[in-house]
Design a protein around this ligand. Structure first.
Ligand SMILES: Cc1cc2nc3c(=O)[nH]c(=O)nc-3n(C[C@H](O)[C@H](O)[C@H](O)COP(=O)(O)O)c2cc1C
Length: 343
């Protein structure tokens, strides 16, 4: 199978947290790409409302869902103690803004079952998963109602596991990618060097599924490289963050163009799961945040909201892939057309 499943080699990544709005997804479609809505952090009702909005526009689209980690939902006593320590560390940040930190919340599964039930009741063409595998039963149920199922993997070992669940395609995410790593096997976080195209080729030699390459793809040359390595399409996040239709905060968009920020880092400081962000004071101040997602996401929510309200980019989660400097402002169509130029 080539990129028939997608109909285009350019996929705009699902970007939870406000970036992938229906208007953004529609603009990607009109320009000749394929957009994904992001269910992460949203209620079932909000997810359904977005599906209906994009469906009414006639645009093709996919939906992305976070897979909860059962182990994280039942943290050990040791991890709870680490979380309490981290909470104490964050009190200084809270005082700075005069906000209260919420009590620890460890049982949030992002309404997993409700989202799956809703996607079975009102099927969408493509459903992708991140942070874990959906399970063979869920994959099969979605396929039965007509959806193609994609799993996100970060290594060959994860790709093999995903293929065993009978999914239709894989998103292969390289460590250069902006925002959260989708890794779900412990050893797979540490990818020694290598490029996105190299990782893609490695996965391709292990599994026989259509592959979508993600991580650091910013222009037509980057797209060519992964297609030559055997990808059916590329999934780009950071390249779209600054666009007019992107729902990212202006503060985030401005920071991506600000020469004051000189590198990205993988950090757990904001959410408890490794994510690539522009290195700012908050990232530097909290290098040892425990691995506890989404508990830390909830803990830092009021801090992030206060930083945003204060216009303070030093304490906001400025998600960015390592090629962020190439992210352009302007219409989504300009980015998609630039990628497709010459095709
Ligand atoms: C702001 C932002 C939010 C993201 N949110 C999601 C998400 O909700 N689900 C998901 O599967 N991937 C998400 N990603 C990761 C993308 O799917 C993709 O792997 C990544 O953007 C590719 O690397 P790039 O940013 O260098 O293009 C997000 C990326 C960014 C930049």
């Amino acid at each position: 199978m080539s990129h028939d499943l997608f109909g285009t080699p350019v996929i705009a990544a699902p970007m939870a947290g406000g970036t992938s709005t229906p208007a953004f997804v529609e603009a990607v479609h009109r320009a000749g790409g394929l957009g994904f809505l992001a269910a992460g952090y949203k209620s079932v009702a909000a997810m359904q409302a977005e599906i209906r909005t994009v469906r009414e526009s006639g645009a093709r689209f996919g939906m992305n869902v976070f897979v909860p980690d059962p182990a994280q939902l039942r943290p050990s006593a040791a991890l709870l103690a680490e979380l309490e320590d981290y909470r104490l560390q964050l009190l200084a940040d809270a005082r700075r803004y005069g906000v209260e930190l919420p009590p620890l919340r460890v049982d949030d599964d992002d309404e997993w079952q409700g989202k799956i039930d809703a996607l079975l009741a009102e099927p969408v063409e493509l459903v992708s998963f991140a942070f874990g595998l959906p399970g063979a039963d869920v994959a099969r149920a979605l396929q039965r109602v007509g959806s193609a199922v994609l799993a996100t993997v970060t290594s060959t070992a994860e790709a093999v596991r995903a293929a065993e669940q009978g999914v239709d395609a894989l998103v292969v995410q390289h460590t250069s990618a902006g925002a959260h790593s989708a890794a779900f096997l412990p050893a797979s976080g540490a990818q020694p060097g290598g490029t996105t195209a190299e990782l893609l080729a490695e996965v391709r030699s292990a599994v026989d599924l259509p592959l979508v390459a993600a991580g650091g793809i910013m222009d037509a040359a980057g797209l060519d490289a992964v297609l030559r390595a055997g990808a059916a399409a590329a999934q780009l996040g950071t390249a779209f963050l600054r666009t007019d239709e992107s729902g990212a905060r202006q503060l985030h968009k401005d920071a991506l163009a600000d020469p004051h920020f000189t590198q990205t880092r993988l950090t757990r400081a904001f959410t408890g799961r490794q994510a690539r962000a522009l290195e700012n004071e908050f990232v530097r101040d909290h290098p040892e945040a425990p691995e506890a997602y989404p508990a830390i996401h909830h803990l830092t929510a009021p801090l992030r909201a206060a930083a945003a309200a204060a216009g303070d980019p030093e304490r906001l989660n400025l998600w960015a892939g390592s090629a962020w400097r190439q992210a352009q402002a302007g219409p989504v169509a300009a980015v998609v057309h630039g990628l497709l130029a010459g095709r």
